[in-house]
Design a protein around this ligand. Structure first.
Ligand code: ADP
Ligand code: AMP
Length: 216
């Protein structure tokens, strides 16, 4: 299965991606994670990316498209992949179609997770992420057993710089301006699956799983 997870920031893409990845044994490729790694390493890419990310803006298409082309050429994508956070613009979606065509592959499903803006603000301002393994928590909806520490690896949790309320609002503007149009783009290709993201994590996953199984 070659799958794309679409949805506004905070819709639950990363949370669901972990589960989908296990179900289909396919790599979870999140452009946000790749870019944050580059920022942490202080590489040239990281420095460029950070100047956009800290403002809640999109990193330029050519940078992200280049990253994805390289990543999709790796052998672990042979039997499928799960993209999270890419594509985010029409130019990225068209570039992805072209790369897939060159590789003799096609997208099987685009899962659009639908969540209201009010819920997004609540989710992102309470999000905490493990510094070590990247596991995602929420202070109220999905708290760790020991405050501020990861249940899985015991490392400290942190709040993403771009999860501060002002930056979240900017990211939402960018989503509505640049990314929301992809819903129609994939609807027209007849591969869009819309899922209500405002149910519990387990129920959202159950609905995604059923919809994907119906397509296999
Ligand atoms: P995205 O990858 O789309 O930005 P995340 O998966 O990181 O979103 O989720 C954003 C926040 O919302 C996290 O704090 C996560 O724990 C929480 N969350 C995810 N799914 C749900 C859900 N169904 N109900 C309540 N909170 C959720
Ligand atoms: P995410 O982890 O998906 O919320 O992404 C965090 C930030 O990384 C975004 O706000 C953008 O600045 C940047 N980013 C991630 N994916 C992309 C993409 N496909 N195109 C442009 N910028 C991206």
């Amino acid at each position: 299965m070659n799958i794309v997870l679409l949805g506004p920031p905070g819709a639950g893409k990363g949370t669901q991606a972990k589960r989908i990845q296990e179900m289909f044994s396919i790599p979870h490729i999140a452009t946000g994670d790749i870019l944050r790694d580059a920022v942490a390493k202080g590489s040239d890419l990281g420095q460029i990316a950070n100047s956009y990310m800290e403002k809640g803006l999109l990193v330029p298409d050519e940078v992200v498209i280049g990253l994805i082309k390289e990543r999709l050429a790796e052998p672990d994508t042979e039997n499928g992949f799960l993209l999270d956070g890419f594509p985010r613009t029409l130019a990225q979606a068209r570039a992805l179609d072209k790369v897939m065509e060159q590789m003799g592959k096609k997208l099987d499903a685009v899962i659009s997770i639908v969540v209201s803006e009010k819920e997004i603000i609540r989710r992102l301002t309470g999000r905490r992420v493990c510094k070590s393994c990247g596991r995602i928590y929420h202070l109220i909806f999905n708290p760790p057993k020991r405050a501020e520490f990861c249940d899985m690896c015991g490392e400290e949790l942190y709040q993403r710089e771009d999860d501060k309320v002002e930056t979240v609002k900017k990211r939402l503007v960018v989503y509505n301006k640049e990314t929301a149009a992809l819903i129609r783009y994939y609807q027209a290709q007849d591969i869009l699956i819309e899922v209500n993201g405002e149910e519990s994590v387990e129920d959202v996953f159950k609905n995604i799983k059923e919809a994907l199984e119906a397509r296999v």
